[in-house]
Ligand binder design. Structure first.
Ligand SMILES: Nc1ncnc2c1ncn2[C@@H]1O[C@H](COP(=O)(O)OP(=O)(O)OP(=O)(O)O)[C@@H](O)[C@H]1O
Length: 73
């Protein structure tokens, strides 16, 4: 599902900045994390782990987009 993100910054982690965004036609609020790509293999492993993880204390991963020009506006 497509998502958008705003300039509204929610926080910052070791691998990137997290922005407030929305997803889909109903604009469901989501957090958008823009990763600074360090190691593609590590990123892919984290993505796979998050996709398979379901826990009430862990955010759900909905989408991953690979685009070096992607910016939150
Ligand atoms: N779903 C969310 N809702 C609100 N704020 C969030 C959300 N996800 C992340 N944040 C904010 O962004 C900050 C960084 O989140 P991030 O997931 O990058 O943390 P991290 O796991 O420590 O980072 P990293 O995986 O890069 O080491 C959080 O401390 C929080 O303030």
């Amino acid at each position: 599902m497509e998502f958008e993100c705003s300039k509204n910054q929610l926080g910052r982690g070791a691998f990137g900045i997290v922005f407030k965004g929305s997803m889909g036609p109903n604009h469901i609020p989501v957090a958008v994390k823009r990763l600074q790509l360090v190691d593609i293999e590590v990123s892919e492993k984290e993505e796979e782990a998050l996709r398979n993880l379901e826990h009430r204390n862990v955010v759900k991963l909905y989408n991953v987009k690979s685009d070096s020009d992607f910016r939150c506006s």
